[in-house]
Ligand binder design. Structure first.
Ligand SMILES: Cc1cc2nc3c(=O)[nH]c(=O)nc-3n(C[C@H](O)[C@H](O)[C@H](O)COP(=O)(O)OP(=O)(O)OC[C@H]3O[C@@H](n4cnc5c(N)ncnc54)[C@H](O)[C@@H]3O)c2cc1C
Length: 415
């Protein structure tokens, strides 16, 4: 698959009245990061879009969390003309240190392993970017409000089942997009079942000031109780993404700030010294979840309504946005008259399986292989990490698979 060149960020213009009534129509349910981006991507593809969320704009921005964005997200956001603005808000990390603390091995990924020939030096040199939820949502909501083909209905309790569109939209929508999160009421009311495989571990997030850490370095630490990521947020602060058994996380959540920082210091490598806790740590359950189908009729499931994976490797949000990218590809075909608008959901749903399955499988394997001290696995991990440490080709391939998604390795050869 070739990587498309970024489009210039042109201000959206209001369609002519004659065009308006013939434009295909979509209703996006859910205004989280996936639904908001879906609405923008469909509108850019020449669709009229209505976006509904029971939460208000202020509530949609209120979460304290940060996302690790990969190059697959960067390339898509560039095509949508959103990257420039978001890149100014995101913190790039130029090196990623991966440490297997049980096997005593560590490897580093840096600009040499990224190697995007067509990207600008700043983009090619970043392994990834960390973006705070509030900044992301503020920026997306501004774009949504400004787009003439998008009608926003935030803060309204939406009834379950087939949604209604604005009265000025004639007839039902050609496409309904469920972007309503992992417990997706729309998926449930459409009768699409889903598989759920809970992990023995949950995940705790906390923002912390560190005394000593390179500002552009991220860490993925593999420990017996679960993976631990340290994501730089700028100004000496970082987000901790701490996976461990649920009982242990509950204890950590209940600690006072000083005791929590002590527990954190005992967990992190000596080179990372926590200085201050900037927010109350919060734990949430993690599970591998997968809808049995990504579409039904004109309904398409995107983001966590379709799948959910372990936070290891920061794949979740990027996988959600690759859904949006595929949906937009099919929506563009429909707008160009190459596909019936009513067939977009099915075309999208069929094409998403390989990327979603491979990403879910790889994150699951990482958790299973690295969250233990099984002697045979420890030996295999030492061998594999030793080989990767010596081979820049292996490091390059594995980073590309992580940052572009497993199905896009072919881009290695086309760039
Ligand atoms: C507590 C917690 C902390 C997390 N921390 C991190 C983190 O630090 N880093 C990270 O990368 N990921 C994190 N994640 C995962 C990340 O939040 C998800 O990957 C991401 O939010 C998925 O986006 P989404 O838009 O698909 O779903 P969501 O963000 O869940 O958005 C779904 C939206 O649908 C709306 N909705 C619900 N029902 C309806 C309805 N009937 N009609 C219309 N709209 C509806 C909801 O109000 C919501 O706004 C965290 C998840 C949780 C639960």
């Amino acid at each position: 698959m070739s990587v498309l060149a970024p489009a210039p960020a042109a201000a959206p213009t209001r369609p002519l009245i004659s065009e308006w009534s013939t434009m295909p129509r979509a209703h996006v349910l859910g205004g989280g990061p996936t639904g908001a981006l879906t609405a923008l991507a469909l509108a850019q593809a020449g669709w009229r879009v209505q976006l509904t969320d029971p939460l208000s704009g202020a509530q949609l921005q209120a979460r304290r969390r940060a996302y690790a964005l990969s190059h697959s997200s960067r390339l898509f956001l560039q095509r949508l003309g959103l990257w420039q603005q978001l890149a100014e808000l995101a913190i790039p990390f130029r090196s990623l240190r991966l440490c297997d603390l049980e096997a005593g091995r560590a490897i580093g990924f840096g600009p040499a392993e990224v190697g995007f020939g067509s990207a600008s030096p700043a983009e090619a040199g970043a392994v990834g970017w960390i973006l705070q939820h509030q900044l992301l949502m503020r920026s997306l909501l501004e774009r949504l409000e400004a787009h003439p083909a998008i009608s926003l209905r935030l803060g309204e309790a939406e009834s379950r089942g087939v949604p209604s569109l604005d009265p000025d939209c004639l007839g039902p929508p050609d496409l309904v997009v469920a972007a309503d999160g992992s417990s997706s009421p729309t998926r449930e009311s459409a009768g699409i079942g889903h598989w759920r495989l809970p992990y023995g571990q949950g995940c705790l997030t906390a923002q912390v000031r560190l005394r000593s850490s390179a500002p552009d370095q991220a860490w993925e630490l593999f420990r017996r109780e679960g993976p631990f990521a340290v994501l730089p947020l700028g100004d000496g602060t970082a987000q901790m993404v701490w996976s461990a058994p649920a009982g242990r996380l509950r204890q950590l959540e209940a600690l006072d700030p000083v005791a929590f920082l002590d527990a954190l210091a005992a967990t992190l490598p000596d080179s990372l010294q926590p200085e201050a806790l900037l927010e109350r740590p919060r734990a949430f359950p993690v599970a591998l979840e997968l809808a049995r189908s990504f579409h039904r009729g004109s309904l398409a499931l995107v983001g966590e309504a379709a799948h959910r994976c372990h936070p290891v490797g920061g794949q979740g949000m990027n996988l959600c946005w690759r859904d949006v990218e595929e949906l937009q590809r099919q929506a563009l075909r429909a707008a160009a008259g190459k596909l019936s608008p009513a067939a977009v959901a099915a075309a999208y749903g069929r094409r998403r399986w390989p990327d979603v399955l491979l990403t879910l499988l790889s994150t699951d394997l990482l958790v299973r292989i690295f969250s233990n001290r099984q002697p045979l696995l420890l030996r295999g991990r030492r061998l594999a990490l030793g080989l990767m440490g010596r081979s820049s080709t292996l490091r390059h391939l594995s980073l590309k698979a992580m940052t572009l998604g497993p199905c896009r390795l072919a881009a290695l050869w086309s760039e």
